[in-house]
Ligand binder design. Structure first.
Ligand code: NDP
Ligand code: OXD
Length: 306
């Protein structure tokens, strides 16, 4: 068996070592133009040339949950494109989102700046029922995040493409449910895949439908959000602020106004990192299943784009 590794911006050797340990008899190598055809590919944002040259693949494994970059390529039909499913990401995402929601709700950012000035000041306690959280995307990450927020007794609602039922979470779906979902949310969390249907979903007319004092947490993809619309709504006072982990251009350019906006918190696409050992174990398990002719979870549906 031959495995080709083509992951932009990823230190290859530990992955090669891990894949080799999982498949001791296999050839595992970093792809470069002209390499012999492989059976399986492990990829992150590969170039079109990789896909065009690797004509014998039996499976393409993406070392992330989001496949938006892959979906921009011309991919062969009939070969499973498999995303990471969880692999240690849902617990990280849950920590990140709960932290951002609680930091905003409890005004811990304000207490931090008070403490920096040596001020011992109390703020009036805020009521959870005044801070309903809406989670867009109720997949592997969104469902776990919603359940955790409900455990903190926030009113939680979720929105997905198909109808879902999650205990403690009021679920909306499809176009028909979107307006009510937005109108009843104050804090909005984006955990959607980036597809033609979801690009720019957080723009002026949608964000304006959030409750006054709304707050945006984007942990999905930068292209879900129209940057200037967010800033205009914060500056007008309709939105209170945002915590953003993902951006249209990454790294976020030094001159981007998000860096210095007083009500925007920026983190460097780190809310749920790919964990190498878990990911290799998951990919190896799925390669073995495919070899036995068994179905695997996390196969991308090309029509839906995720
Ligand atoms: P899933 O595919 O498991 O879940 C996607 C969810 O979005 C599903 O509930 C799906 O609905 C819903 N959805 C998709 N399209 C639409 C639509 N048009 N309208 C309404 N709902 C829609 O993905 P994951 O939970 O694993 O990951 C979500 C995203 O998080 C990834 O695609 C990636 O972009 C991002 N991510 C970011 C990371 C970071 O570090 N910042 C790390 C990992 C992921 P349905 O249930 O009906 O299918
Ligand atoms: C992912 C990511 O999609 O890290 O897994 O953004």
């Amino acid at each position: 068996m031959r495995i080709s590794f083509c992951c932009t911006g990823t230190k290859a050797q530990p992955w090669l070592d891990g894949l080799h340990a999982a498949f001791p008899g296999a050839e595992v190598e970093v792809w470069s133009a002209g390499k012999p055809p492989a059976d399986y590919a492990v990829v992150w944002t590969p170039p079109q040339q990789f896909i065009d040259e690797q004509t014998q693949l039996k499976g393409i494994f993406n070392i992330g949950a989001g496949v938006d970059a892959l979906m921009t390529l011309r991919l062969p039909s009939g070969i499973p494109v498999v995303r990471l499913d969880d692999a240690g990401m849902s617990v990280q995402m849950t920590e990140y989102v709960c932290h951002a929601v609680i930091r905003h709700f409890r005004e811990f950012d304000g207490y931090e700046s008070d403490a920096a000035q040596g001020k011992w000041t109390y703020r009036k306690p805020r009521m959870r029922q005044d801070f309903p959280v809406g989670v867009m995307g109720l997949g592997i990450l969104g469902e776990r995040v919603s359940r955790a927020l409900a455990q903190f007794e926030f009113p939680v609602q979720g929105w997905s493409r198909s109808a879902r039922t999650i205990p403690g979470v009021q679920c909306f779906s499809g176009e028909a449910g979107f307006n009510d979902f937005l109108a009843t949310s104050r804090i909005l969390v984006c955990l959607l895949p980036l597809t033609p249907d979801t690009e720019n979903i957080m723009r002026h007319d949608t964000l304006a439908r959030l409750q006054p004092g709304g707050y945006v947490i984007n942990v999905a993809r930068g292209h879900h959000l129209v940057d200037n619309d967010l800033m205009a709504l914060i500056d007008s006072g309709h939105l209170a602020g945002a915590t953003l982990d993902v951006f249209r251009t990454e790294p976020l350019p030094a001159e981007h106004p998000f860096w210095t906006h007083p009500n925007i918190t920026v983190t460097p696409h780190t809310s749920a990192r790919t964990l190498r050992e878990e990911s290799i174990a998951q990919i190896a398990g799925k390669i073995r299943a495919l070899q036995r002719g068994e179905p695997v979870a996390g196969v991308v549906n090309h029509l839906r784009g995720y």
